[in-house]
Design a binder for this molecule. Structure first.
Ligand code: AMP
Ligand code: ZN
Length: 477
C-alpha cells in the first residue's frame, strides 16, 4: 500500500500517516462562517484538503474515508451583518436565515467551480446545539469550565497542555495577546463556551439561560458527534492554529480524556496577492466569485493554487493565471479525445510526500513533453494513446481537465485587441458624425462570430463566447 507522509503541526515533523482505522479514515476541516462571499484566501484550505481527500480515497477506497467540513452559521459577525442589512425594526432572525442560506449556497457553488469535491458531511453548527450544551455541561462538571454572569468560560489553567500545538505557554500568551479583559474571567486567557443572547438574536435554552455557543465549541462538538473522540486528521489555515485549534484541543481532550482528538494537525499557509497581504484597504481584495465573473475558469484558479506547496505562502498573480491558462489549453488539446487511463505510481508517490502538488504539476509537464515527443516520432505511434490517457487520468486526479469544466477550453485562442480599438474609434467618430453605420456593421459581425460586445465610456471589451468562430472575423479589421 502507498505510504502517505504528512507534516504534523503537533510534532513539527513529517510523519508516516497511519490511520486509526483504515476502514474509516476520518478528517475534519474548519469550514467558513457564512455571511459573505468566500474570498480567494478561503479557497486555499478547500483546495489543499480536497487534494488530500482525493489521495486518501485513492489509497483507502472512497467508501473508507469520511471528510467533515462544517458551516459556522451562528456567530457575532453573522448577527452584525443581519442587523446592518435588515435595518431598524426588521426581523433579524429571518434575515440571518436568509443570509446564511444564501451564502452557504454561494460557497458550495464557488468551491464546486474550483473543482472541489463535496466533503462526506457538511454539518451546520445550529444543528448541533444540543451536543454543544452537553459537552459544556460535562466540562463544568469536571472542573474545566465555570459559569459567570450568564457566560460559561473554559478555564485554561485546568488543562496542562494548553498551548502545546502552537508552542506557547499561558504566561506568554497573556503577555503577548490583546485579550478581551472581562471582569468575570478568572484568567484573561479563559475563553467563552457559551454566552447570553438578547431576545432579538438567535438563542437556545440552556442550563445557563438563553444563549448561544462560542465559535470553538462548535467544531469540538461536531467533530465528536461525526468522527468520535479520536480521529485522524484535523486541518485548517495556520491563522486558526491559535486560538481556535488550541481551544478545540483543550475542550475536546478535557471532555473526552480517553480520546486523543486529532492525531495529525495540518495547516495551510496564507495566500497573498501580487506580493501583498490581501486586504480591502489595499484594494487587492477579491472573492472567488469576482474572479469567476471576470472570466477566469475555475480550473485556472485551481492550477495556480496547486503550483505552490500548501506549507509555503502563496502569491496569486495575473501572470501565474495567464501561464496556467496556456498550460491547461495545451493539455486539453492533447487529451481531447482520450479516455482516462492509469494514474502513475510516481504521480501518487509525489502527492503522498506531504501533498507535493507543485511537483505533481511538474510531473504532468514531463508527461506532456513525453507525449509530444512520441507524437512526432512514427516509431512511437503505438504509445501515443496510452500516454494521452495517463496524462488525462493524472491531471484529473488533481481535479484538472475535468470534462465538466471543459466548456472554456473549446473557445479557440484569438487576439481581439485590434478589433476592440477599431470599434472604440469607430464609435468616437460616430458620436461626432452622427453616423453609426460602421459601428453597427462591426457589432453585428462580432455578434455573428459569437463574441459578446461590452461597450462603456471607457472602452470596448470583446469576450469570446461558447460558440465563438474566429473564421467569421476574417477581413473585418
Ligand atoms: P475565515 O472565514 O477567516 O474563518 O476563514 C475560513 C478559512 O479560510 C480558514 O481555514 C482560514 O484559515 C482560511 N483563510 C482565511 N484567509 C486566508 C488566506 N489569506 N490564505 C489562506 N487561507 C486563508
Ligand atoms: Zn474549527
Amino acid at each position: 500500500m502507498t505510504t502517505i507522509k504528512l507534516h504534523n503541526t503537533k510534532t513539527r515533523k513529517k510523519e508516516v500517516f497511519t490511520p486509526l482505522d483504515p476502514d474509516n479514515v476520518r478528517m475534519y476541516v474548519c469550514g467558513p462562517t457564512v455571511y459573505d462571499r468566500a474570498h480567494l484566501g478561503n479557497a486555499r484550505p478547500v483546495i489543499v484538503f480536497d487534494v488530500l481527500f482525493r489521495l486518501l480515497r485513492h489509497v483507502y477506497g472512497p467508501e473508507h474515508v469520511t471528510y467533515v467540513r462544517n458551516f459556522t452559521d451562528v456567530d457575532d459577525k453573522i448577527n452584525a451583518r443581519a442587523i446592518e442589512t435588515v435595518g431598524e425594526g426588521g426581523d433579524v432572525n429571518a434575515e440571518i436565515a436568509r443570509i446564511t442560506g444564501m451564502t452557504t449556497q454561494w460557497f458550495l457553488d464557488d468551491m464546486g467551480a474550483l473543482g472541489a469535491l463535496e466533503p462526506t458531511q457538511m454539518p451546520r453548527a445550529t444543528q448541533y446545539i444540543g451536543q454543544m450544551i452537553e459537552m459544556i455541561g460535562g466540562l463544568i462538571a469536571d472542573g474545566h469550565a465555570y459559569e459567570a454572569e450568564g457566560h460559561v468560560l473554559f478555564s485554561v489553567e485546568s488543562y496542562k497542555n494548553y498551548g502545546a500545538l502552537s508552542g506557547r505557554s499561558v504566561d506568554d500568551m497573556i503577555a503577548g495577546a490583546r485579550v478581551e479583559v472581562a471582569p468575570y474571567k478568572r484568567n484573561p486567557m479563559d475563553f467563552v463556551l457559551w454566552k447570553p443572547s438578547s431576545d432579538d438574536l438567535p438563542g437556545w435554552d440552556s442550563p445557563w439561560g438563553r444563549g448561544r455557543p462560542g465559535w470553538h465549541i462548535e467544531c469540538s462538538a461536531m467533530a465528536y458527534e461525526l468522527l468520535g473522540e479520536s480521529f485522524d486528521i484535523h486541518g485548517g489555515g495556520n491563522d486558526l492554529m491559535f486560538p481556535h485549534h488550541e481551544n478545540e484541543i483543550a475542550q475536546s481532550c478535557c471532555a473526552h480524556p480517553e480520546g486523543g482528538f486529532a492525531q495529525v494537525w495540518m495547516h495551510n499557509e496564507m495566500l497573498q496577492v501580487e506580493g501583498k497581504k490581501m486586504s480591502k484597504s489595499l484594494g487587492n481584495f477579491f472573492t472567488v466569485h469576482d474572479l469567476l465573473e471576470q472570466g477566469y475558469p475555475g480550473e485556472v484558479i485551481r492550477f495556480v493554487f496547486l503550483s505552490t506547496h500548501y506549507r509555503k505562502p502563496m502569491d496569486w498573480t495575473e501572470a501565474k493565471a495567464r501561464e496556467a491558462e496556456k498550460t491547461l489549453r495545451k493539455w486539453r488539446a492533447a487529451t481531447q479525445d482520450a479516455e482516462p487511463g492509469r494514474v502513475s505510481d510516481k504521480f501518487i508517490s509525489t502527492l503522498s510526500d506531504d501533498l507535493n502538488t507543485s511537483e505533481a504539476l511538474s510531473e504532468l509537464h514531463r508527461m506532456y513533453r513525453t507525449l509530444q515527443r512520441a507524437e512526432k516520432d512514427p516509431k512511437q505511434d503505438a504509445f501515443v494513446p496510452g500516454l494521452r490517457s495517463n496524462l488525462l487520468a493524472s491531471a484529473r486526479f488533481l481535479g484538472l481537465l475535468d470534462a465538466e469544466m471543459g466548456y472554456w477550453a473549446a473557445a479557440p485562442e484569438a487576439d481581439l485587441s485590434g478589433l476592440e480599438t477599431q470599434l472604440f474609434q469607430a464609435r468616437q467618430t460616430a458620436i461626432d458624425t452622427k453616423d453609426f453605420s460602421e459601428v453597427d456593421r462591426l457589432k453585428s459581425a462580432l455578434v455573428e462570430a459569437g463574441v459578446e460586445v461590452r461597450m462603456s465610456k471607457e472602452g470596448v471589451e470583446l469576450v469570446p463566447g461558447a460558440g465563438f468562430d474566429p473564421a467569421k472575423l476574417e477581413g473585418l479589421e
